[in-house]
Design a protein around this ligand. Structure first.
Ligand code: SF4
Length: 318
């Protein structure tokens, strides 16, 4: 691990000022991903800004009946919150399917959204990786790509976003509330938080330098039946090959988001509009333009079968 300096500011403004001053600075909260990356020297921040003392750890109702989740709310606490379990059950189901109990006790809401890909070449500093070292190439394109993206990628990167929580939040229509260096706040739709890899896969989000996520905003409850189904190589402590987050209303309408297929949780309004016609119609729309590798073309079939299985179970229960 490379040497770094450390501070624990007492206000968000101080944290942002510190991040703006030092080009090599990183915010740290739970550290469940960042510390691993630092040990491997995949990430080499020169300065860590510990945001754990900034509050941001409450869950409050919003004026319109939604929920404001502080950036530092731990994954375990979010999954267990009675309002989340009652009105946003999708989120609880996604959270408890991710990582391990110990990691969920430390991992935070914002950190979960900002965790890095688990592409094996990203973690191996002997391999070419445009995300880790821009311009070095992408070992995955001709390498082991079974876990990697089938849509939204580029010739320079086919990494997937590893979060389960983010897939549920995407289906729920979440937004991210941030504070910028100039003191202004903004709301970013979760779909707009993640940048497509294109020719700059090292740039992963639309956050500006020093911009601090303060909360995630969920819209008022959508009702319906919430299902999160994660398909993986082993029953626990594994990332999704494919995951499906679905909110299905009694009339068959609803929202669907996929995990494990792209650089961000993948959904579209057009695909949601096709939900009453069944899984095949949804995936024909949602995965239009998919460009799988020779090793991961199974993901499109797996996603469709997973959604079909969810819809079949819901029909059987009705
Ligand atoms: Fe790196 Fe992306 Fe290629 Fe993986 S897919 S090796 S993260 S550039």
């Amino acid at each position: 691990m490379r040497a770094f300096t450390y501070e624990r500011p007492s206000s968000a403004a101080d944290a942002i000022a510190a991040a703006t001053r030092a080009p090599g600075a990183r915010f740290i909260a739970g550290g469940t991903n960042l510390l691993d990356l630092m040990k491997l020297e995949v990430e080499t921040p020169t300065h860590l800004i510990d945001v754990n003392g900034l509050g941001m750890d409450g869950i409050e109702a919003t004026a319109d009946g939604g929920l404001r989740i502080g950036a530092l709310v731990r994954n375990t606490d979010l999954a267990a919150d009675a309002r989340v379990r009652r009105d946003y059950a999708l989120l609880t189901r996604a959270l408890v399917s991710g990582a391990s109990g110990q990691l969920r006790n430390k991992a935070t809401t914002a950190g979960n959204l900002l965790q890095r890909t688990r592409c094996p070449y990203f973690y191996d500093t002997a391999q070419a990786c445009n995300k880790r070292l821009p311009g070095s190439g992408c070992a995955a394109v001709e390498g082991a790509s079974r876990q990697l993206a089938i849509i939204g990628g580029s010739a320079d990167c086919i990494a997937t976003h590893p979060s389960d929580m983010a897939v549920a939040m995407m289906a729920l229509g979440a937004s991210v509330e941030t504070l910028r260096a100039d003191g202004t706040r903004r709301l970013i739709a979760l779909d707009a938080l993640y940048r497509p890899p294109g020719t700059t896969p090292h740039l992963e989000t639309t956050l500006l330098r020093g911009e601090l996520i303060q909360a995630v905003i969920l819209p008022p409850p959508a009702g319906g039946t919430h299902v999160y189904r994660k398909v993986r190589d082993r029953a626990s402590y594994a990332f999704a090959l494919v995951s499906v987050a679905a909110i299905v209303q009694a009339d068959g309408s609803g929202r669907v988001a996929l995990g494990g297929v792209a650089y961000k949780p993948w959904r579209s309004d057009a695909a949601d509009a096709a939900l009453p016609q069944g899984a095949s119609a949804v995936m024909s729309s949602l995965l239009l333009g998919a460009a799988p590798t020779g090793q991961n073309h199974f993901k499109a079939v797996l996603a469709e079968r997973t959604l079909a299985s969810i819809l079949q179970d819901l029909r059987a229960r009705a």
